[in-house]
Design a protein around this ligand. Structure first.
Ligand SMILES: [Zn+2]
Length: 268
C-alpha cells in the first residue's frame, strides 16, 4: 500500500469549543435524516446483510416520497458512516455496508478535535476502555467460546510474521483487539470502547513512518499472554495485562509522533 503524506502539525488552539449541554437531542430531523432513518429501518426489517442490494433510486423515491435531492443526501449520510456503499455507473446502486467502529471513531475524532480534547485524554479513555473490554472478555461465562476465539492467538503463529507495511501491521493488531471486544457480549461496549483504539490506529496510519512494527514481536507476546488470561477466565489479570500492553503502545506512539501529539486530537 502507498504511504500517505505526513499530516501537517495542527495549529488549532487546544481550548476548543465548549461542549454543549445536550439540547440537540430535541432537534427535529431534516428531510435527508428522515430518509436515512427509514432506509435503516428497512435494512433492519428485512434482515439485510453486507453486500445485499437496496432498492433502486426510482423505487426508493416512490417508497419514501421525498425529492431526489433529499434521497441522495440521506443515502450519503449513511455512506460516510460505511453503512451503505453506492456503486456508481450502469448496474450500480446502493448496497448494504458494514457496522464498523472505525467509522464511529472517525466521527468521534471530529468532536474531540473541535472540543479541544487532547491526546492525553484520548489515551486515558483508550486505556480505560480496552482494560474494561479485556476484563469483560475474560469473565464471559462461555468458556468454550473464550477458548475458540482466543485459540489463534495462543500459539503466536497468527501474528508471527514481521510486517514491513504499517497498515498491514495495524489491521493485524486491530484484529486481536476486535476479537477481545467481541467476547464481551455487549455490542455497545464493543462499538464505543473499540472506537478509541480505532482513532489511534487511524492516526498512526495517516501520519505513516511509525516504527511500532519494530516492537512487533514484543507486542505479539503481550497478545499471547492476554489470550491465555482470557481463556483462563482471569478478569483481573486480563485487565492489568491490557493496561500494561497499551501503556507500552502509547509510549512508543509518543516517542514516534512527538510534537504531532501536541494540541487537540486531529481530525485526519
Ligand atoms: Zn495489542
Amino acid at each position: 500500500m502507498t504511504r500517505k503524506k505526513r499530516a501537517a502539525v495542527t495549529t488549532t488552539p487546544a481550548k476548543g469549543i465548549p461542549i454543549a449541554a445536550g439540547g440537540s437531542v430535541l432537534r427535529p430531523l431534516k428531510a435527508a435524516e428522515v430518509v436515512a432513518r427509514d432506509v435503516v429501518r428497512d435494512i433492519t426489517a428485512k434482515g439485510l446483510q453486507p453486500g445485499d442490494c437496496l432498492p433502486s433510486e426510482a423505487q426508493m423515491l416512490q417508497t419514501y416520497g421525498v425529492s431526489r435531492e433529499s434521497l441522495r443526501e440521506g443515502l450519503r449520510l449513511l455512506e460516510v458512516q460505511g453503512m451503505i456503499s453506492i456503486r456508481r455507473g450502469p448496474g450500480g446502486g446502493p448496497i448494504v455496508g458494514t457496522v464498523d467502529s472505525a467509522n464511529l471513531g472517525r466521527m468521534e475524532a471530529l468532536f474531540y478535535h473541535l472540543a479541544g480534547a487532547t491526546y492525553d485524554e484520548l489515551f486515558e479513555a483508550w486505556l480505560f476502555a480496552e482494560s474494561t473490554l479485556a476484563r469483560l472478555a475474560a469473565t464471559n461465562p462461555d468458556a468454550a467460546l473464550r477458548e475458540q476465539v482466543m485459540e489463534p492467538y495462543l500459539s503466536g503463529d497468527v501474528e508471527d510474521a514481521e510486517h514491513e507495511d504499517l497498515e498491514v501491521y495495524l489491521s493485524g493488531h486491530e484484529g486481536f483487539h476486535g476479537a477481545v471486544s467481541g467476547l464481551t457480549g455487549n455490542r455497545v461496549f464493543q462499538l464505543t470502547f473499540r472506537a478509541y483504539g480505532q482513532v489511534v490506529a487511524h492516526h498512526l496510519s495517516t501520519v505513516g513512518d511509525v516504527h511500532v512494527r519494530k516492537l512487533h514481536r514484543k507486542l505479539a507476546d503481550d497478545h499471547l499472554k492476554l489470550a491465555q488470561a482470557i481463556v483462563d477466565g482471569n478478569g483481573d489479570l486480563a485487565s492489568t495485562l491490557m493496561h500494561d500492553h497499551l501503556s507500552e503502545v502509547i509510549a512508543i506512539t509518543r516517542r514516534e509522533l512527538g510534537s504531532l501529539l501536541e494540541g487537540p486530537v486531529g481530525w485526519l
